[in-house]
Write a protein that binds this ligand. Structure first.
Ligand code: ADP
Length: 478
């Protein structure tokens, strides 16, 4: 087991090092110091990019089979460090330990998946008018990648970028969130143990300033970002020249409950996807539209399911449902969104209006009947609160669902096939879950539309985003 506070290090060219300014992370449940990490200065960022650039030459020519073997080995090693990784997540981010353990297993699954996909990077041949020519289209890795990741899924969100990039033959410099340095540091230890060549994976710690220095480095060939819309917009101006970007920026996700829904299933799904990880999920449900005839029954069910959720320190009790929120900003925004919804005529059916205990534990809240213009029904709360409103026609529900700037995930509960097909087609979102709130699987593309960003993770697409095409036209007879 790792000691506490966890002393994280910069990982550059296969070596760990400390020194210089230090950032501290305190447990959101207890306030206790749980991790320290060196803040990368300009020279360290430079060295990390140089290490990734130098390693790219041989890594990009290493066969997909060998790259795949190392990725699968990384997944295996991470499972041997499951308790360490999960503990670091719970102590730094707040999600209950059981949830954190699940995240490590999903990381290992992603490494297996991308390890296998690395063997399947295939090109194609293209017909020419003359038989004297052969046209071959091949995929080549784009180059060293900068991965800038947030704190809500500190292991998985590094894993998706790392698996896709390394599987494609790119090298990577990861800049994890300053709120969760520990999980990224432990992953770097796993990378070292798995036997990756030095420089293929590098980790630098620090805040947005370090992220900006990395993203703006001229030798970075692609920036892969998950985080807030504000930072995403800033990154457009930060990157050097025309460096390609992919962005997953979250958004306000709707759920539609038809009068033809299995209501028990819908209630369980709503409670899970609104409040898991204390609502701090890009694809968390923010607004629920329920068809009039089943509105009251659904609302009563969701209020009961929400009140039954156990809130607490998920390290002391790994089985609690909801841990603390990760930072005061989230608690304050959640309270602001709930207060605004109540001011505008919404009714609190679960949770407490003044739930501020002074700490970071926020009682999950359900507000009924808040207007579409309220913050809760129009913006991403990214905390444990959800709004519920009735509707009378499915067209109206779809219109409400689509009436936000972003389009990451939407959910529909119905037992009617025709409704499933019509509504799934009309929802302007990159991911639609029908009768399920687990919208993503590792082998299908995951990404947003409009202001939720662009580019895909998961699926073959999550690897192809790190590849570029080359057409080789050969005149073989002349
Ligand atoms: P979130 O609150 O979802 O974590 P942020 O966008 O604040 O969203 O942070 C996501 C990641 O982006 C973190 O690693 C953070 O340090 C980094 N970051 C924040 N600001 C910038 C910036 N201006 N340029 C590059 N990276 C940044």
């Amino acid at each position: 087991m790792s000691t506490r506070p966890l002393s994280c290090a910069t990982f550059v060219a296969g070596e760990f090092r400390t020194g210089g300014a230090v950032l501290e992370r305190h447990n959101p449940a207890t306030g206790e110091l749980v991790a320290t990490a060196p803040v990368a200065d300009a020279g360290t960022v430079e060295e990390a990019v140089r290490a990734a650039t130098e390693a790219f030459g041989s890594w990009s020519r290493t066969s997909g089979f060998e790259r795949g073997r190392l990725l699968r080995e990384l997944g295996r090693v991470a499972l041997t460090r499951l308790e360490d990784l999960a503990t670091a997540m719970t102590l730094e981010q707040g999600k209950p330990l059981d949830e954190a353990r699940g995240e490590v297993r999903k990381f290992a699954q992603a490494m297996r998946y991308y390890g296998e996909e690395a063997e399947r990077v295939e090109g194609r041949t293209v017909p020419n008018e003359s038989d004297d020519f052969l046209s071959v289209v091949v995929h080549e890795p784009v180059g060293p990648v900068a991965a800038i990741t947030p704190w809500n899924y500190p292991v998985e969100l590094v894993g998706w970028k790392l698996g896709g990039a390394l599987g494609a033959g790119c090298t990577i410099v990861v800049k994890p969130s300053e709120y969760t340095p520990g999980p990224a540091h432990l992953l770097a230890e796993c990378v070292q143990e798995a036997g990756f060549p030095p420089g293929v994976v590098n980790v630098v710690h620090g805040d947005g300033e370090v992220g900006a220095a990395l993203a703006g480095h001229p030798d970075v060939a692609k920036v892969a970002f998950t985080g807030s819309a504000t930072t995403g917009a800033a990154l457009f101006r930060t990157v050097h020249g025309v460096t390609p970007l992919t962005m997953e920026l979250g958004g306000s996700c709707p759920m539609i409950v038809s009068r033809h829904a299995d209501l028990d299933l819908a209630v369980a799904g709503a409670a899970r996807r609104s409040f898991r990880n204390a609502g701090q999920i890009c694809i968390a449900i923010n607004r629920i539209y329920v068809e009039e005839p089943v509105y009251e029954e659904f609302l009563a069910g969701l209020a009961a399911a929400t009140t039954a959720l156990r809130v607490g320190d998920g390290y002391a009790d790994p089985t609690v449902d909801v841990g603390p929120v990760t930072m005061a900003e989230i608690r304050d925004r959640t309270h602001r969104h709930v207060a605004d919804a109540l001011d505008r005529g919404g009714v609190l059916v679960a949770g407490e209006a003044e739930a501020d205990t002074g700490g970071l534990f926020v009682t999950p809240a359900v507000v009924a009947g808040a207007p579409a213009s309220s913050l809760l029904m129009s913006e991403e709360t990214f905390g444990p609160a959800v709004g519920v409103a009735p509707f009378t026609s499915m067209d109206e529900a779809v219109k409400h669902a689509n009436a936000v700037p972003g389009g990451l995930a939407a959910y529909l509960f119905t037992e009617r096939l025709a409704e499933t097909v019509d509504v799934a087609r009309s929802l302007d979102f990159g991911n639609v879950g029908v009768n399920t709130v687990d919208a993503g699987i590792i082998n299908a593309p995951y990404g947003g539309r409009r202001e939720s960003g662009f580019g895909l993770e998961h699926g073959p697409e999550g690897l192809h985003g790190y590849l570029q095409l080359k057409h080789v036209r050969v005149r073989h007879r002349h």
